[in-house]
Ligand binder design. Structure first.
Ligand code: CTP
Ligand code: CA
Length: 225
């Protein structure tokens, strides 16, 4: 039996994970969203629960099954995701922002269905709160904060900037331009960045990578203390 299949090395740890896309309503029938399916976040939640953690999963709309032993908190908008995460964050030992949070939302919600008219239509958008940055500001010594970086170019350079700017402990860099590992895939190829190192992991399933991510975080934590 492989070691990682039996050890409960996250016992007594609280793990908070965000996953999936958000939806920002334009009118009663339309919304802004993205291609996230939530698979990586759900894989992380499953792995953490299996390893004995108390896991809360704040999720945007997905078609995925809630992993056994995981508490699901359903949200729709970036604002709801922020509120749910802020309510849980202070108690969390490990927080992983795997969600693809919308960066913008419509400035106004139109209560009646927008009817088409001749000519073009433009929508005014406003920024949402950067949740990872907010968590980075509140982070205490005992907490480990992990973000993702979805990039189509300059992967490591852009991911490093996000690590610093958002005060995360680690960033998982994700090259979303590669077709075999794009959104919705069961596989991924990632690099984990810390302040001083870049660790490139081999192409693998999201389930396997979820375990490798926790292996890495626990190893780093042991070396810190
Ligand atoms: N994130 C967040 N709140 C937002 C936007 C992003 O918490 N409003 C988090 C994501 O969950 C992810 C990290 O920030 O963990 C990086 O997200 P990404 O979209 O790659 O980067 P952005 O900082 O939004 O920058 P850009 O989209 O312009 O590359
Ligand atoms: Ca973004």
């Amino acid at each position: 039996i492989k070691k990682e299949l039996t050890s409960k090395d996250l016992e007594n740890k609280k793990v908070l994970i965000s996953a999936g896309p958000t939806r920002e309503a334009i009118d009663p029938v339309r919304f802004l969203t993205n291609h996230s399916t939530g698979k990586m976040g759900y894989a992380l939640a499953k792995a953490a629960a299996y390893r004995g953690a108390e896991v809360k999963l704040v999720s945007g709309p997905t078609n995925l099954e809630v992993p056994l032993g995981v508490e699901l908190i359903n949200v729709e908008t970036a604002a709801e995701m922020k509120d749910s995460l802020l309510a849980e964050f202070d108690q969390s030992d490990f927080t992983i922002m795997a969600a693809a949070v919308s960066d913008y939302r419509p400035q106004v919600y139109t209560k009646q269905k927008i009817k088409k008219k001749p000519g073009d239509l433009s929508l005014d958008l406003e920024r949402t709160t950067d949740i990872l940055s907010e968590l980075g500001k509140r982070k205490k010594e005992f907490q480990t904060l992990v973000g993702f970086a979805a990039e189509t170019e300059n992967l490591i350079e852009n991911a490093k900037k996000k690590l610093v700017k958002k005060n995360a402990d680690f960033i998982i860099a994700n090259d979303i331009s590669k077709p075999n590992i794009a959104f919705g895939s069961d596989q991924n190829q990632i690099s984990i960045l810390s302040k001083s190192q870049v660790e490139e992991l081999a192409l693998s399933t999201k389930a396997d990578l979820a375990d490798k991510i926790f292996d890495y975080l626990l190893k780093k934590l042991i070396n810190k203390n």
